[in-house]
Design a binder for this molecule. Structure first.
Ligand code: SF4
Length: 216
């Protein structure tokens, strides 16, 4: 996966960002490659985000690490008991996840945080493979609509037609069917959402309370 170059546009962007860098990080070596999933291999909770941030995970090499989305996510995970610390600065910062694993719909940083449909399709096998390997997952948390769609596509062949099709809404819970995880959806903790009040700390904490309740 780390050597994947299937999407020429994303390969060009992730490597250009890593080469040009942001001024504040000019002394750092950017990761500039696909970002692997991160967390507890025995996790009961799988968190699916959108894609690495250009100067976040594309810089640090760990999901949701090094940008404001990650700050918002990891502080909430820490309050809920899923993360060992509230901050996530770099791959060697000592952060561990308990009972949670973080992945994404797309492994490479996309321009404007918008992967194209063909890029999402090309990357989906990596998410499928992770879901297959994470045998204990009971709850999938999709952060944002793109992650929600990606999760539904991964499970599409197993979805039971008798169940209502899950709809995207903040803090909604849907059943994917017998023997499949529950799906919880949340607005993405992007700066655009958190700074406008579309997603508040209290709203996000409610999502993780909901997840904890589903694990009981
Ligand atoms: S987005 Fe996924 S499929 Fe495309 S180049 Fe990156 S790792 Fe490969």
């Amino acid at each position: 996966m780390l050597s994947c170059r299937l999407c020429p546009r994303l390969v060009g962007w992730r490597e250009e960002v890593a080469r040009v860098k942001r001024r504040a990080y000019r002394d750092e070596d950017y990761w500039g490659k696909p970002v692997p999933g991160f967390g507890d291999p025995d996790a009961r909770v799988l968190i699916v985000g959108l894609a690495p941030g250009a100067h976040g995970a594309n810089r640090t090499g760990r999901m949701f690490t090094g940008d404001s989305s990650g700050d918002f996510l990891y502080s909430a995970l820490h309050r809920a008991g899923f993360a060992s610390q509230p901050t996530s600065r770099g791959r060697d910062d000592g952060l561990t996840l308990q009972d949670a694993y973080i992945s994404a719909a797309c492994r490479c940083a996309p321009p404007d945080n918008k992967p194209a449909p063909d890029e999402l399709a090309a990357c989906r096998p990596f998410l499928t493979q992770e879901i297959t390997l994470l045998e204990n997952v009971r709850v999938v948390v999709a952060l944002g609509r793109i992650a929600f769609d990606a999760v539904l596509r991964v499970y599409a062949y197993q979805l039971q037609p008798i169940l209502p099709q899950p709809l995207f809404a903040h803090n909604a819970v849907a059943s994917l069917g017998d023997a499949l995880p529950m799906l919880v959806t949340s607005y993405h903790p992007s700066r655009q959402n958190t700074q406008t009040g579309r997603l508040t700390t209290a709203m996000f904490d409610d999502v993780w309370s909901n997840v904890q309740g589903l694990l009981q």
